[in-house]
Write a protein that binds this ligand. Structure first.
Ligand code: SAH
Ligand code: SF4
Length: 337
């Protein structure tokens, strides 16, 4: 609930003052104090909480949480820390209906959308577990866990408004980013939102035909139109679009691919993240060698800032595209909550 939702739920019996105390207790104090609740509502109206059903720690410090929702379903939330910078990767759906051929989440199909509360609840849980406060350290949120956030845009936007409310959690709007497989009308709708995450597009290919093979959603939302939509996207000052590119060995990682990508993105205010494939059971692709990734990056860098995303938490199946409730792997050391 946003503050206005709590006010509406309490009205006319209780004042805005009560609503503000509840909002403060849930989002700013992050340890709910039942005494802020008007007595007659104490049983009817309680803050929801996600249950940590498992926690896996990587040798690189990344922690993957399996969070249980009220109906028993689970989603993943990943915490990464490096220097003074923390990143929380959250899920927006249980599973994902988009059938990308390199992604383990795709194998789950879609079970359901998360509510705004379940999206924010993941952040609150990780903040509580790691004692985080956005005011003390650089804290980023990426909507890159399970799911296609633009298929759940209303709840994603509501969660974003709650996350950036300075009376509560107080995230910087610029520190929240969502990644999409490229749903054109929803990208346009995102652009019209007053408060919204930044936009990352999973490009992943250097041509329409190639993208079609690994991201069948391209049949519906064609690459050329997707890039046109990105060119028209209303950027805020100092904002740019991120393009992500999963590198698949001998499929989309050649010098010719890099040159085509440069042409596709010419003139755009953008940056690029290369993500060498994180492998998984049933994924029919290989991870390119460091040399190939380097060569590709150098070509892109001549026109666009381009970074290689370091795999985080591969050993615990926490890296991009690996979120699929993997908890039976013998290589995993499960740290009980
Ligand atoms: N559904 C959204 C966000 C979640 S996926 C999207 O697809 O954009 C987050 C990122 O991980 C995307 O850029 C996706 O292309 C990438 N990804 C998926 N599977 C991967 C894998 N096996 N290895 C590396 N990156 C992967
Ligand atoms: Fe869904 Fe993103 Fe995985 Fe594609 S890459 S299946 S859109 S989570």
């Amino acid at each position: 609930m946003e503050l206005a939702d709590i006010e509406a739920a309490l009205a006319p019996q209780y004042s805005k003052f009560h609503a503000r105390r509840i909002f403060d207790s849930v989002y700013a104090q992050r340890s709910f104090d039942a005494s802020v609740m008007p007595e007659s509502l104490r049983f009817a109206f309680q803050p929801g909480e996600l249950k940590e059903s498992a926690r896996y720690e990587s040798s690189d410090g990344t922690v993957r949480y399996l969070m249980q929702l009220a109906d028993g379903k689970t989603v993943e939330t990943v915490f990464m820390t490096e220097g003074s910078r923390d990143t929380i990767c959250i899920s927006s759906q249980v599973g994902c209906p988009v059938d990308c051929k390199f992604c383990l989440t795709a194998l789950m199909g879609l079970e359901r959308n998360l509510t705004a509360g379940e999206i924010v609840g993941q952040v609150l849980h990780v903040m509580h577990r790691h004692d985080l406060a956005p005011k003390n350290r650089t804290m980023n949120i990426v909507m890159m866990g399970q799911g296609e956030p633009l298929m759940n845009l209303d709840n994603v936007l509501k969660a974003t408004r709650i996350l950036v409310d300075q009376r509560g959690i107080g995230m910087g709007e610029r520190r929240i980013c969502l990644s999409t497989s490229g749903l054109i009308p929803k990208i346009e709708e995102l652009g019209r939102a007053k408060i919204r995450p930044r936009l990352a597009i999973s490009l992943n290919a250097s041509s329409e035909e190639q993208r079609m093979e690994i991201m069948p959603i391209t049949q519906k939302w064609h690459l050329a139109e997707l890039l046109e939509t990105c060119r028209r996207f209303p950027l805020k000052p100092k904002e740019h679009i991120f393009f992500e590119y999963v590198m698949l060995g001998d499929f989309n990682d050649s010098e010719a691919d890099a040159e085509r990508v440069v042409k596709l993105l010419a003139g755009m205010t953008c940056k690029m993240n290369l993500i060498p494939l994180n492998p998984g059971p049933g994924i029919p692709f290989t991870t390119p060698s460091d040399e190939r990734v380097d060569r590709f990056q150098k070509i892109i860098m001549q026109s666009i800032p381009c970074y290689v995303r370091k795999p985080r938490g591969r050993d615990i199946y926490a890296a991009c595209g690996q979120l699929n409730r993997m908890n039976q792997e013998s290589s995993l050391v499960q740290v009980m909550a």
